[in-house]
Ligand binder design. Sequence first.
Ligand code: TNX
Length: 744
Amino acid sequence: MTRIKVFLLITVFTLSLVQSPAFAQTSNTFDFVPQPAWVQYGNEHPLIGSFTLDKNVKIVGGDPFNVQYLQEHLHRVLDYSGDSWNPCSPGSIEFVRTKSFPEEGYAIEVAGRRILITSTTRAGEFYAIQTLLQMLPPQVYRKVSGPDAMLIRQWEIPALTIVDQPRFAWRGSMFDVSRTFFDKEYILRHLDWLAYHKINKFHWHLTDDNGWRVEIKKYPKLTSVGAWRGYGEALQPSFNSGKERYGGFYTQEDLKEIVAYAADRGIEIIPEVDLPGHSKALAVSYPEVVCRHEADVTSVQGEVHNVLCVGREKNYVMLENIIKELAAIFPSKYFHVGVEEVATESWKHCPDCQALMKKLGYTDEKQLLGYFTERMEKILAKYGKTLEGWEDIVVGENLSRNDLVLVWHRQDMLQKALDAGFPVVTQNCDYLYFDMKQTPAERGHSWASIIDVEKVYSFDPMQGLELKPGEEWKVKGLQGGLWTELLYFPAHFSEYQLFPRLCALAEVGWSPQELRNYADFDARMARTHFERMWNMGIQFRIPAPEVDRNGQVRCPYPNMVVRYTFDGSEPTISSPVVTGPVVTDHPENLRFATFFGDVKSMTVCVPGAQKYLTPAVHVETSLEANSRYPVENLEQYENDKYMRTARAPQKGDYVLFTFDEPLECHRITVQTADPKNNFYGITDGHVEVLFADSDRFGWNGGQDRFDMYNRVSFCPNRPVKAVKIVVDGPGEGKPVSIQHLIIE
Ligand code: TNX
């Protein structure tokens, strides 16, 4: 065994963030995120100096909500106890409205006893407050009171002038609550986080194949049936939600509360009801809405019978009733009706859709997509709404050019939608899909790209476009997309995926392109913004430590620490900090993670230290294999070789791994699911072992059932002859993937 020393390359200063750090005011400039358009420190009158903020500050003017919001935040950091600290006359924060600012623009002037905030709209005023909060200690974001609160008697803000306005009118965040459900409280917190980053659109993906999440009074089954999945439910389990009943929905009261909460914070919520594909949850609630045929038409995402029948006139009545209820709740100009990834093949097999095509003289089912979208546009118009849809709506020749196209592919598609005459918003999947992995080893999708924070930052919505002069406004802006197939676990993974990538998006959307610089952004994040997010209560992503083969460890940021274990367990907040050499005979058991307070990175090992065994094994199974992924793949111990079954597993199905010779090893991990996308694992099953000294399958303690990651890991206490996967139930009702054994 190689004996190695692990040591830290850079010194770290340990900042325990779990207890509020004693905050010292140090800097005279601020780490704004996003960077304002224009900041000038100092004052032309040398005698007018900095502003002293204390409990006596007067707030003058201002929108009532904005003032209350500011006060509530000031109360989190200013010490209101005891006598007056400042004997001079108190300072004031004054809000003034003038006509001269662009929508959402504002100016802040800090000089002597006054902070003057000028804007034209209440939104501009709100963004000025956001900028002002970033001049205060990061604890201003922390909702705590009592002894844990970090209170200061006074705080100096240097003289400065800021004149600011956003680059793009649309700075959005899309959130899918169908695949994974997030309750009202979480949505409200999420909206707070968006507001702190000057995000002004929340695109709420409310329905999809895997759950209908809004109460519709006229169609109660949408939520009594369509909001739930599990064994015995109309919707099968999916995305590892397990066999228990899983789901949830928002009542109309919840929706109204959320809409108002967002509006107060300058955020417009655009609801999306995803139609006419991605409609499995609707289809299982009211089965008459789908096409009349038995053909197995499968959507790109493996769903069958999830397409609405466009030839059934009664469907438009139902959709109108749904829209009528939702239009009364969501005041947004736009209403999103989806229209992406529709398995139009379904309409080929349907007599009603075919009859409609004949009547309209259509030759291609794609034309029906245009027809459907045009019908939806007319229905929406009756309720004062403008249609928004994914880029697939561009097929609709007769659509109004006021409709908004949300492009999810690349810049060429953005150009195409512009050329067709539509205004656009981009959610470019190469840069803005926040369900993608951030590095290859992390959890997430990768079908579009690996997207780290720097890649998000590098995006410019205007890149590569050819626009006629005066038409730049047609690119309204951008939004991040948080799809949630993989977000049910681990805990707080939605936050890990969103932050800090959303901070980068906020700066792309807000700051002038010529001011943008990644190194500068990264430095602002490291110096201050991580700490702000920590105080906001976000479990954001921090980079894992870099560990090389010699055990040298590099901490990614100076105000973070690397903690380690040497028994193969996960480092925790109480694990020791790497400060110097760690000597071990078993480098394979070292685990490292970066910590910022209690926020933890992914765990990493010493590369190459893990020794894997590849004993000769024979595999047989009761499950027929897909011919492209045969069972023999499992005998080869190659990571891209796995088995995929040709059908869904049933109770009693098995996969049996028999070793040629009794195997002595430390640990065996049985891993199922597709290694590329983490889908299609065994969710309802367990593992049994045949020990060499026995003639019956058994178990030697520990967890034998498949976990959230679709795996079982165990340490056999004696030589093993065979390992068997036993299926206990249909799981998600789809074919599954099995990977080779991992033997240490
Ligand atoms: C594509 S983008 C989808 C979503 C998935 C996502 C996963 C789009 C309009 N549809 O349904 O959740 O990919 O990355």
